[in-house]
Write a protein of this length. Structure first.
Length: 413
């Protein structure tokens, strides 16, 4: 094989890494090089842009160690039978790239994954070597996210968590039978076992109040995973139920959703076209409802008869339209959990409402000041001076809300 220069390797392996969506940097412990010690920081403002819960943008060098792979997963562009350009970084090259990019203010951290070469143990050992060199030899204090090789030795997984801020092992497909059919060399049970090991170590690393000595740091950003949407025919309701089980069973920080993208020379078992990107967006919105708004996966899926999210409206509005008997809600007396189910009311808006109503009875104009848009909220609430009447049960309510939210072209004259 012709010897590739570093620039060409970077072009190939950065492009190959774009299919993995689980690269956010939220949850990492704060570290910096103030005082002249070490290199890097997990703080600040900015390759790959990830966003923390407080809105900060973090730029990550997102690459594969190699896109060679001994596995033949039907949905993967880097599968062994795929006819794509191949490249491989050495451990030292990844370390040098990370440090040089950081010093030029291009990045604030590293997201490193890899195809499987030789064996799971060998590949995981190479990933760990990169993180260990950055941390121990160069005192790198920026963010590091390592992709786990589930079948690797548990000791290697334990080492990875000592150097990385976050770990992730992709469950990939919502249905276990689909994973067995499309990725026969992967085992859903092995992936779940690795995720369980990470959860146990993360929990063991949390110091109890009575502990005088803090346990060794282990993946303070927790773990995440990715589900491919539209490759195996699973409806949205089934995808959300799988996500809920992953959150509950393995303490994941995030489940990421990646719309299936057709690849060259793909298997006949895969769909010919990709799902609409809005479907991926609706799944993220539904995921948010489960994590922060108290919704269950069956509740969200029950809004439509086929278990697919309505692409025309967000999942909370879809649920409200299907459960109109729960509305309207009196914003002056309703509990927080009830207010969170009102379309258009976010967590911050609800907290503002609860705070203000301690001192005064809310009117419609107050709600308008406390929220971003009143058009979606109005049919589902009552205030001191407002009752929606028959609007809540109107047959064309969905069309009205959609029309009210359509952008209007501004006119010069």
């Amino acid at each position: 094989m012709a010897r590739l220069d570093l620039r060409k390797k970077l072009e190939i392996l950065a492009d190959a890494a774009k299919y993995d969506a689980s690269c956010a940097s939220s949850g990492a412990g704060k570290r910096n090089s103030v005082g002249g010690k070490g290199i890097g920081s997990t703080e600040g403002m900015g390759i790959c842009h990830a966003y923390t819960p407080d809105g900060r943008c973090v730029s990550l060098l997102k690459i594969l160690l190699t896109n060679f792979c001994i596995y033949d997963c039907a949905y993967c562009i880097n599968r062994v039978s795929s006819n794509v350009p191949r490249a491989r970084f050495s451990v030292q090259e990844v370390v040098d790239l990370t440090l040089n990019f950081y010093k030029r203010n291009y990045i604030e951290g590293l997201f490193l994954s890899s195809g499987i070469v030789q064996s799971g143990d060998y590949t995981m050992e190479e990933l760990v070597r990169v993180a260990r060199m950055l941390r121990e030899e160069h005192d790198f204090r920026g963010y590091i996210h390592l992709k786990l090789i589930p079948e690797a030795d548990p000791d290697l997984v334990a080492q990875a968590g000592l150097y990385a801020d976050r770990l992730s092992a992709n469950i990939e497909l919502p249905r276990d039978e689909a994973l067995a059919r499309l990725a026969p060399q992967k085992d859903a049970g092995v992936i779940k076992k690795a995720m369980g090991q990470v959860r146990q170590r993360v929990e063991a690393a949390r110091p109890a109040k009575k502990d005088r000595k803090r346990p060794p740091r282990f993946a303070p950003g927790g773990q995440s995973t990715q589900l491919i949407v539209g490759a195996d025919g699973a409806p949205d309701g089934e995808i959300l139920e799988r996500s809920a089980s992953l959150y509950g069973g393995y303490g994941l920080r995030r489940v990421y959703y990646s719309a299936f993208s057709p690849i060259p020379d793909s298997s006949a078992q895969l769909p010919l076209s990709k799902p609409p990107l809005i479907r991926e967006h609706r799944l993220y919105q539904a995921d948010w409802l489960m994590r922060f708004y108290g919704f269950s996966a069956p509740e969200i899926a029950s809004a439509t008869p086929d278990g697919m999210l309505d692409l025309a409206v967000d999942p909370k509005l879809g649920w409200a339209l299907a459960n109109r008997a729960s509305f309207p809600v009196d914003v002056n007396v309703a509990e927080r959990e009830t207010l969170l189910r009102v379309p258009g009311l976010g967590v911050r808006s609800v907290d503002r409402i609860l705070k203000v109503r301690r001192y005064r009875t809310l009117r419609l104009e107050d709600i308008q000041r406390l929220t971003r848009s009143l058009d979606k909220i109005r049919p589902f609430i009552t205030t001191l001076d407002w009752t929606p009447g028959g609007l809540t049960d109107a047959a064309d309510l969905k069309a009205r809300v959609i029309k009210a939210r359509e952008p209007e072209q501004l006119r010069l004259f």
